[in-house]
Write a protein that binds this ligand. Sequence first.
Ligand SMILES: Nc1ncnc2c1ncn2[C@@H]1O[C@H](COP(=O)(O)OP(=O)(O)OP(=O)(O)O)[C@@H](O)[C@H]1O
Ligand SMILES: [Mg+2]
Length: 317
Amino acid sequence: MRQDARVLVLAGGLSYEREVSLRSGRRVADALSRANVHAELRDVDTNLLPDLIADPPDAVVFALHGGNGEDGSLRSVLDLIGIPYVGPDADAARRAWDKPTAKALLRDAGLPTPEWIALPRETFSDLGAAKLLDRIVDKLGVPLAVKPARGGSGLGVAVVRTAEELPAAMIGCFAYGDVALVEAFAPGKDIAVGVVDTGDGPRVFPAVEIEPSGDAYDFAARYNPGASTWHVPARLAPRVSEDVAAVATAAFRTLGLRDLSRIDMMVPQAGPPLVLEAKVVPGMTETSLLPMACEAAGHDLGELMAGLVDRAIARAK
Ligand SMILES: Nc1ncnc2c1ncn2[C@@H]1O[C@H](COP(=O)(O)OP(=O)(O)OP(=O)(O)O)[C@@H](O)[C@H]1O
Ligand SMILES: [Mg+2]
């Protein structure tokens, strides 16, 4: 099937993560080509839909981070016109993309996630920010992590160490989205786990541990070589490593994910891992975590993606 399949790798678009997405897309398209799949990188613009209708590819692979690519909307459009794609369906993508929704589902399934409150910008303007921020600090304490409810690449994420820093962090966060997610800060190791399902149920790649050289694993730390150190596999005791794998697969199942995803978590010195989020379009750049984990597991990224493309095409039949 794969020799004649034509795959469109969607990337770019207009989100804040456009540049990262193009880098992810290039890497995925190259990897697929090396695995003998005819893959084309395609930017997401207003010509996309007419082109898809006129000349439908056999399958779509998302390397489109943010908005359209992760929130389910483009998946709904592909469903509408009958083009198979790798990754979860529109509903599952939407659940994972909205961090407060995903966190509530995970918590209800018994998977720990940091305590949180999610508030839209209007609530602050309607009710007055000062009292509200005071109550948030009373309830969740400090430090806090403030981030857009929907987003990625660490954009708009801030760690707040004192109550006085909270207003500025909220303003920074609202620059990237209309809803802020304020979370209790979870100390520990920053761990990302790739979960793949090539047909026998979800299984994990070796966990990646992120050791930022600065304070936070922000945008610069993610994409500037040398700004972070990664450990694959993560430096975890065997028991903890098992917990991390179990939590990652449970989160994948709870959110109804499919094919491939990356589960981010904080792993404390003692106690269970706390899930931060699930990425349905994980970064695939040269410094991204999932390709690192894939390689550490001894898999070729192109072969893995080609297998998932085959599955997507078979699903549609
Ligand atoms: N509650 C928290 N406690 C401690 N650290 C946190 C918390 N939330 C976020 N962080 C830190 O900030 C980083 C980015 O957070 P998060 O994964 O939620 O944002 P993101 O923008 O979706 O990032 P990415 O797309 O790169 O995964 C985490 O990897 C972690 O280092
Ligand atoms: Mg993350």
